[in-house]
Write a protein that binds this ligand. Structure first.
Ligand SMILES: [Zn+2]
Length: 147
């Protein structure tokens, strides 16, 4: 039985929604896509310009990136929230999305992307990754806080 569905989201573009009740700790799906270097991801990004602000990149902790635009699955439509109900867990060079708390049918699935961007964060970049999650603790951006 399918547990999730992709449909238009009130937060942004398309989103992923629970079809059934998902319990805290459950593995929901894998974030699939082509494994590329950070440099390749930047070139890819420049080409596609991520026109609607949907990022399909998932940063791995070794600096490589999963590009969900190439061979990705529904996970690439998961929207960002600063108060997410799911989290990503890296297992080797694969990434799985787990529920952080119980998710009711019809609820949208969110993760905190904590995107890392090298170099200067231009106004255009900040605009592109602006967060509209409306959580009370929203930090206003999908980018990771500066270390
Ligand atoms: Zn936010």
């Amino acid at each position: 039985m399918r547990r999730i569905v992709v449909r238009s989201s009130p937060v942004h573009g398309r989103g992923v929604f629970a079809l059934t009740r998902i319990r805290a700790g459950e593995k929901i799906l894998e974030y699939k896509g082509k494994l590329v270097s950070w440099q390749e991801a930047q070139r890819q990004y420049a080409r596609s310009a991520a026109e609607d602000g949907h990022t399909f990149f998932f940063d791995l902790d070794d600096g490589r990136v999963i590009d969900g635009a190439q061979g990705g699955n529904s996970a690439r439509w998961i929207n960002h929230s600063c108060a997410p109900n799911c989290e990503s867990e890296q297992e080797g060079s694969r990434v799985f999305i787990h529920a952080l708390r119980d998710i009711e049918p019809g609820s949208e699935v969110f993760i905190d992307y904590l995107l890392f961007v090298e170099g200067r964060q231009s106004a255009a970049l900040k605009q592109l990754y602006a967060c509209r999650c409306k959580a009370s603790q929203c930090r206003g951006t999908m980018l990771a806080p500066r270390r």
